[in-house]
Design a binder for this molecule. Structure first.
Ligand SMILES: [Zn+2]
Length: 443
């Protein structure tokens, strides 16, 4: 390393340290300034990101995620605005002077434009989430996907009116059902695709207490990250105050993310900060499969589309679920050092029908991480056959551990769990294949 380069690095690190210190100062100031709540959680810092530099984020599916420090959290809310519950979420966030990122559905924005304007007025970041929330973007023609994306953006901009420029170039794919053509189109438009770092399963038929438990336990397991929630869900409204209280009590800090503009340059960062577990000398150590993904798959009541809380109020969310699982032919998987590019699984895989968002993250991630570009600028990361096998074995161990834990905590599931465990031990093809087998046995 040259002296000149060392000097550059030193200055960059010094700038980063100052930025972090500035964040703490802002946190103290903002929390103290929160009207009526001197102990508010507040926002610790604002992170300015350049979508073109980091087009895909969220460790559930991609190598990169937001460059957060330990105990930093970014809150995101999907599928609104739906006044009944979205307004309550806004009130709860306002009470704590917390800023979040909302991914709106175009149809919802058309139906409730005032709800979009409320997001802006409250200072939140607004991204989009398609026009009609199709759970099929993993197998959608590019033209159709483009239409969904652009219509969603147009509808949200229409709701914002004169403030349309406030819309952030942030996008989340419904159900996280990613596809190369969709991501490529978004990247070409300078739009950042947001996955997540962890979920709280708040679209499922679980109690608000369970949503709270999952949000907190998964955050504790990772220590930082992007939490995906749904502002349209009553159980999320019920769980959110306690989630925020716990974040505050345990020393977590909220980061507000905004897009870079000509006047607002991106926050300086090092490339490795965008990696959740930087391990430049061994890609096989990355990405780790979040073991929570498998804990509850198959162990919870299967929600019906009609049971989706807002299905009646929001028919947009009841889109047809895929009926076929488009597993790639193993012969199509490019061996050796080549980049592996696979289609996302259909949402019918876990017998969870439409109206829910994020059933397939673990399965999707376990395959799609292989193709995604690395965090550092340059060519795509590639897994050798040996590395891929090692990763699959790691996934298997985590899945088995998760299932074992599940057996202990949920009654009446022993038989199912044994089946899953058996399935998990019968193949080395990774969690996706195993779950297919589980499903076949259950049908
Ligand atoms: Zn959604």
């Amino acid at each position: 390393m040259s002296e000149a380069w060392r000097g550059v690095r030193w200055w960059r690190q010094a700038a980063l340290a100052l930025a972090v210190l500035g964040g703490f100062a802002a946190h103290a100031a903002l929390a103290a300034d929160c009207p009526g709540n001197p102990n508010a959680l507040g926002v610790s810092r604002t992170l300015v990101v350049d979508p073109r530099q980091h087009p895909r984020i969220g460790t559930m599916q991609y190598p990169e995620t937001l460059p957060l420090a330990d105990h930093e959290v970014v809150l995101t809310f999907d599928d609104g605005p739906l006044p009944k519950n979205s307004n309550k979420v806004l009130d709860i966030l306002a009470d704590e002077c917390v800023k979040a990122t909302f991914f709106t559905i175009g149809g919802q924005a058309r139906a409730n434009p005032e709800g979009v304007r409320k997001l802006l007025a409250a200072g939140h970041t607004i991204g989009t989430h398609t026009q009609t929330h199709p759970l099929s973007m993993n197998r959608m023609a590019t033209d159709r996907a483009r239409q969904e994306i652009e219509d969603g953006i147009a509808s949200t901009k229409a709701a914002l009116g004169d403030n349309a420029d406030a819309l952030a170039p942030f996008f989340r794919i419904p159900g996280l059902l990613r596809a190369d053509n969709v991501e490529d189109y978004l990247a070409e438009q300078g739009i950042q695709t947001w996955s997540a770092d962890f979920l709280a399963d708040d679209w499922r038929h679980i109690s608000s207490a369970r949503v709270y438990d999952l949000a907190v336990s998964r955050l504790e397991a990772k220590g930082k990250g992007i939490l995906l929630l749904h502002d349209i869900q009553a159980r999320t409204v019920a769980a959110l105050p306690r989630i925020l209280q716990t974040l505050k009590a345990r020393g977590y800090r909220i980061v507000h993310v905004v897009p870079a503009t000509a006047e607002r340059p991106a926050t300086p960062t090092e490339p490795q900060q965008w990696l959740f577990h930087p391990a430049p000398d061994s890609i096989a150590q990355w990405p780790q499969v979040p073991n929570f993904v498998f804990v509850h798959v198959g162990s919870l009541p299967v929600p019906s589309r009609a049971g989706f809380d807002s299905a009646e109020e929001s028919p947009l969310l009841g889109q047809a679920a895929p009926t076929r699982v488009p597993w790639p032919d193993p012969s199509e998987v490019v061996p050796g050092n080549a980049t592996v590019t696979l289609a996302a699984p259909a949402s019918s895989l876990f017998e969870i029908e439409g109206g829910l968002d994020v059933a397939l993250h673990g399965a999707a991630m376990s395959r799609h991480v292989h193709k995604t570009a690395s965090a550092a600028p340059g060519p795509s990361r590639r897994l050798s056959r040996r590395e891929a096998r090692r990763l699959a074995l790691t996934n298997g161990r985590q899945a088995r551990l998760a299932h074992a834990s599940d057996r202990q905590t949920r009654r009446g599931e022993a038989q199912t769990s044994r089946q899953k465990t058996r399935a998990a031990t019968t193949t080395r093809r990774g969690p996706v294949k195993r779950l297919v087998q589980v499903r076949k046995r259950r049908v």
